[in-house]
Design a protein around this ligand. Structure first.
Ligand code: NAD
Length: 483
């Protein structure tokens, strides 16, 4: 497809403008490796202008809207997203290399976030607090002001929905830095927002490189909260930059999320989920379940069923809507392949491999899905996030051992457990170190209502659900003494 708007412009204060440096960056289709367009390369001056525009909107037309009016705009934007579902999905398929049905699911999720936060905008309020005689005490829940949003390439629409949607519902104005690898749906979203009637300057978009526009945004003293989703490495840089002006930060980082399958599990229910939970978006998912912990009694049976599934998987051009598309870039593909090569040399056994379709374009960044058995839970492939179509299986004997392995990485984003034993379910829910625990399920189809975020190296702060609204507001306590 050709991009149906001028993608090489930034949105600042309601105007579509060239970046000050006049530079652009190429847009690559990862299915073919072809350049299909360009985006703006914003620099410090563009970020300055975007932050100033956002501040003006916060102190002006946007800041004056009643909460229910903000909610109505978000709800209208959600409907506009659904009305443009085909073009948004096609853009994401081309830009991210995401199979069409997965891109379509991201559109639905974006609309659902906007619907959820549209409905929540006028239900966010403070409390009254019983206190000493002669006082009336209450709290106000206030927006931070201007919030910065640094978005990764793997789920642009979902992450816009959960972070920008919540920030706007809470009354903030926003400056968004999409990933240089995938900015198109963010730009399309901003166009729909302008048409839906958001006042100019409420939503600003500054595409560009992470180390330029992203770094400028994180360090900008006019930004009152930074929401970052991406790698641990960059997340720590962003947190340090925001510390320079004492801005709070939400970090949504990586994971090495386990599913624990016990001997008493309903395997018929578990088997279709086990692999799917690790392979969505070719494994380039922060919450991908990349470790499968299998109790010894069912280990051989589950490995055989998984291997059969893997051998049937096909990777190919995103537009063909196969099981997997390509990885996002040649650099990601090289990174993943190098990790796999080192891991296999280091003793990981290949249990099964899927296929790359024969006619996949040579310039695309395809990696065949791989099921591996590392020699132990301390092996590099059982510890480090691969961010590719790879799962590892690990056997365990006891519940305690399963928990020790599950909790034995530096990450803690999501965990799933399959068991019919209700007592064990609750013990696991309590003892697994993760921001979300699923029992006899994994992911719950996205669940926009469900708070999400990590512990440890998976990050801090919560997005999604009502919790996100608390992250994007600060509580002010008012204590009135009556004399
Ligand atoms: P990344 O950290 O390289 O980039 C993320 C964003 O940060 C991009 O917009 C990029 O331009 C920007 N950036 C890069 N350098 C920057 C800098 N110095 N200052 C400010 N911004 C900068 O991550 P990625 O490669 O896009 O995504 C892959 C990683 O993200 C994986 O590790 C994955 O687990 C993680 N991720 C986490 C979640 C989550 O919700 N926990 C979601 C998606 C991705």
């Amino acid at each position: 497809m050709s991009i149906p708007f001028a993608s090489e412009l930034a949105l600042i204060g309601g105007e579509w403008r060239s970046a000050t440096g006049k530079g652009t960056l190429p847009v690559e289709d990862p299915s073919t490796g072809a350049t299909v367009g360009a985006i703006a390369r914003c620099l410090d001056a563009d970020v300055d202008a975007a932050v100033a525009a956002a501040r003006a909107a916060f102190e002006g037309a946007w800041g004056r809207l009643a909460a229910f009016e903000r909610g109505r705009l978000l709800s209208a934007l959600g409907r506009a997203v659904l009305a443009h579902a085909d073009v948004l999905a096609a853009l994401e398929t081309m830009d991210v290399g995401k199979p069409r049905s997965q891109a379509r699911a991201d559109v639905t999720a974006l609309a659902r976030y906007l619907e959820f936060y549209g409905g929540a905008a006028d239900k966010l309020h403070g409390t009254t607090i019983p206190f000493l005689e002669g006082y009336t005490v209450y709290t106000l829940r206030e927006p931070h002001g201007v919030t910065g949003h640094i978005i990764p390439w793997n789920y642009p629409m979902q992450i816009i929905g959960r972070s920008v949607g919540a920030a706007l519902a809470a009354g903030n104005s926003v400056v968004v830095k999409p990933a240089e690898e995938a900015s198109l749906t963010t730009l399309a979203f901003a166009r729909l927002a302008a048409e839906a009637g958001f006042p100019p300057g409420t939503i600003n978009v500054v595409p560009g490189l992470g180390e330029e526009a992203g770094a400028a945004l994180a360090a900008h003293p006019g930004i009152n909260h930074v929401s970052f989703t991406g790698s641990v490495e960059v997340g720590t840089l962003v947190q340090s930059a925001a510390a320079g002006h004492v801005a709070p930060v939400t970090l949504e980082l990586g994971g090495k999320s386990p599913q624990l399958v016990f001997d008493d599990a309903d395997l018929e229910a578990a088997l279709p989920v086990l692999a799917r939970a690790g392979l969505q978006n070719a494994g380039q998912t922060c919450s991908a379940s990349s470790r499968l912990l299998l109790q010894r009694g069912i280990y051989a049976r589950v490995v055989e069923a998984l291997a059969e599934r893997y051998r049937a998987l096909r990777a190919g051009p995103a537009a063909r809507d196969l099981d997997l598309g390509p990885l996002i870039s040649a650099a990601q593909r090289r990174r993943v392949e190098a990790m796999l090569e080192a891991g296999i040399k280091g003793g990981a056994q290949v249990l099964a491999r899927g296929e790359i379709v024969a006619d996949a374009p040579a310039g695309g960044h395809y990696v065949a899905p791989l099921l591996l058995a590392p020699p132990g839970p301390g092996h590099v492939l059982a510890q480090e996030e691969i961010f590719g179509p790879v799962q590892v299986v690990l056997p365990f004997d006891s519940e305690d051992e399963a928990i020790a392995i599950a909790n034995g990485t530096r990450f803690g984003l999501v965990a799933g457990a399959w068991t019919r034993d209700a007592g064990r379910q609750h013990r696991l829910a309590s003892r697994l170190r993760a921001g979300q625990v699923f029992l006899n399920d994994y992911g719950a189809a996205g669940g926009v209502e469900l708070p999400f975020g990590g512990v440890g190296w998976s990050g801090h702060g919560r997005e999604k659900g009502m919790e996100a609204l608390y992250s994007f507001t600060a509580v002010k306590t008012v204590a009135a003494r009556h004399r």
